[in-house]
Design a protein around this ligand. Sequence first.
Ligand code: TYD
Length: 207
Amino acid sequence: MQGKFITLEGGEGGGKSTNLKYIEQLLLKEGFSVVMTREPGGTKLAENIRQLLLDKAQEEISQQAELLMMFAARAQHIKHVIQPALAQGSWVLCDRFTDSSYAYQGGGRGMDHSAIAWLENFAQSQLRPDLTLLLDVPVEIGMGRAKARGQLDRFESEKMEFFNKVRCCFLELAEKQPKRIKVVDGTQELAQVQAQISQLMQDFIHG
Ligand code: TYD
């Protein structure tokens, strides 16, 4: 039986890494085989593209090049990691996916959503996440946490206005696709965030 494809999304400093590990544990406890991965990245080539995308110290990357690099990494990731894992019956848990392209390149950079939708169909065919958890925190809180972690990468160095647009776009996506995208309030205490995640996962698995 084909596994399920679950993605975790959100702005900077929303607590994705901690909660990814938590979701992985939940799935393992339910007896599923889990492949945890991330975007951009997840294969050798895609991780190399990630480095190019996050590195600040190189020539300016055009918006078009940025979007295409995201999807080049994604196409490779889907073919070599995501699809084989799902076909074997594993559940794939991915740190970011195409919703991030809509939010960052579409919302943040202002690129045309129809171009992203075209690339989505081209690179993914029918593949879409079965469930997406959106860890939502106000930009000031998220960026405060990201800054406290240290060195900011090329995206994290953007202005507040950029991140406000990213957040708005994520929330709009969730409003338009409420069955797939579930919003988790990331400002709560970690225990409460995880209780909410646990409930959403139970509903998804057993509901
Ligand atoms: P990530 O490692 O999740 O960053 P963080 O854990 O600091 O939030 O993602 C790297 C960056 O790539 C992040 O700033 C968002 C950006 N990104 C896009 O702009 N578009 C995309 O399609 C993806 C997958 C990520």
